[in-house]
Design a protein around this ligand. Structure first.
Ligand code: ARG
Length: 420
């Protein structure tokens, strides 16, 4: 027999399940090794029924029929597949775009945005299917456990959580042995552990293997979404993104729904090698971890949005908003999607983005996307005022010396105090 771990006998948190109260479990199921082993292991260890839920957030290349068949074959009493792409785009990605959401200067938060939605859908399905417990496949070292468990504990205090991967203490070899013993198909070669991947409409992350060695430059095989810039076309491509109230609504003049637009933007950016981020991240649970991100759609849409927002806002709004953007990104990264401050911030983002309407042109070339054209009826810009060659009008150059005298007054006084 393989050395399968024991179920935990003591609890640290109130929302963790007592083993004797685990009767029907809603398992967040991906079809991969961990969650497939979990499916069997929960049945064996708790004697519980398992209901599986797989959520489609636009992760490419999934066959949901295959996943569903596998779950049912492994003994799930039900397996539900939910297509949540529209809700994800509308309720999670659109607010992220309005907040120019990047964590740590580079991570567009695709996983962090997906987890609260997945966990919310798990709560809803658990209630429909009469489950008492939610199970997920996150480890004890990441942010995802925080996001999922905080969501379940917030939205459904009556539901409890189990996290078998965190407690069962099986290594990869033991898991594979357990899988073989229990008739769970194990894909591919088993010698080299695969990268740990998470992906959806907004991007893809890879962790593990050589990525953990900070001195190791990226190996080519990690890039499954974005063309390596050195292989990208020799001709640049220009893309125009139209925005209405902060949300992208057209690509090259063609109106599109948000899901479709994000997919189309991802395809173009990926072709030109745009959207690769090699990122060291301060996790919520203390660790620093390196991730390789491929987020082509975000690498095109976020800078375009930011540029347009900058154009239609005043200097004061432009000085202020990045502070709120950073706070928004931090809350979402940290798994506090349901924190009221996030809704407070969203109210501000909404209000300000009401004028973020217009078009931004981007030029893509071998790994770079650069803004080249801007237009908006709401631009706080007057070409004749800004012009070097025209004079007069509303802008009075003769008023400038008076402005400079008063504007620099305190700085001049302080300079003299400190330097004389
Ligand atoms: N580091 C990123 C985050 O915390 C990505 C996590 C990816 N998750 C995964 N299970 N591979 O959001």
């Amino acid at each position: 027999m393989s050395d399968a771990g024991e179920i935990p006998t003591s609890k640290t948190a109130s929302y963790e399940a007592d083993p004797e109260h685990v009767h029907r479990v809603l398992l967040l199921y991906s079809g991969g090794l961990d969650t497939s082993v979990m499916l069997k292991w929960i049945g064996d260890s708790y004697g519980a029924e398992v209901v599986c839920l797989t959520v489609n957030l636009g992760q490419p290349g999934e066959d949901y029929e295959v996943i569903k068949d596998k779950a049912l074959r492994l003994g799930a009493i039900e397996c539900h597949v939910l297509d949540a792409r529209e809700e994800f785009a509308r309720e999670y990605l659109a607010p992220a775009i309005k907040a120019n959401a990047l964590y740590g200067g580079g991570y567009p938060l695709f996983t962090a945005l997906g987890r609260p939605l997945i966990a919310k859908l798990a709560v809803e399905q658990a209630r429909r299917s009469g489950c008492d417990t939610v199970a997920h496949g996150c480890t004890g070292k990441g942010n995802d456990q925080v996001r999922i468990e905080a969501t379940v504990a917030t939205l459904a205090p009556e539901l409890k959580v189990i996290a078998p991967v965190r407690s069962w203490q099986m290594g990869r070899e033991e898991e594979i042995a357990y899988a073989r013993e229990h008739g769970i198909p194990v894909k591919g070669g088993t010698e080299v552990a695969p990268y740990s991947i998470d992906d959806n409409l907004w991007g893809r992350s890879s962790e593990g293997r050589w990525i953990e060695d900070l001195a190791h430059a990226p190996e080519d095989d990690v890039f499954q979404l974005v063309t390596r810039p050195e292989l990208a076309p020799d001709e640049p491509e220009i893309v125009e993104i139209g925005f209405e109230r902060g949300v992208p609504v057209s690509l090259n003049g063609e109106a599109m729904g948000l899901v479709e637009l994000i997919e189309a933007a991802a395809e173009i950016a990926a072709r030109h090698g745009v959207g690769i981020v090699d990122h060291i991240e301060d996790r919520i649970v203390g660790l620093k971890v390196r991730d390789i991100y491929e987020a082509p759609a975000a690498a095109l849409i976020l800078p375009a949005h930011q540029e347009l927002e900058h154009l239609v806002c005043t200097i004061h709004q432009n000085q202020f908003k990045p502070q709120l953007d950073r706070q928004w990104a931090y809350l979402v990264y940290a798994g506090l999607w349901w924190e009221p401050l996030r809704a407070d911030l969203d109210a501000y983002m909404e209000h300000l983005n009401a004028r973020v309407t217009g078009t931004i042109g981007m030029k893509l070339y071998k790994g770079h996307a650069r803004v080249i054209t801007r237009s908006s009826e709401n631009a706080v810009y007057d070409a004749s005022l800004a012009s070097f060659t025209e004079s007069g009008g509303l802008f009075s150059q003769t008023a400038s010396p008076g402005f400079i005298e008063l504007f620099s007054l305190q700085s001049r006084m302080a300079w003299r105090l400190h330097n004389e």
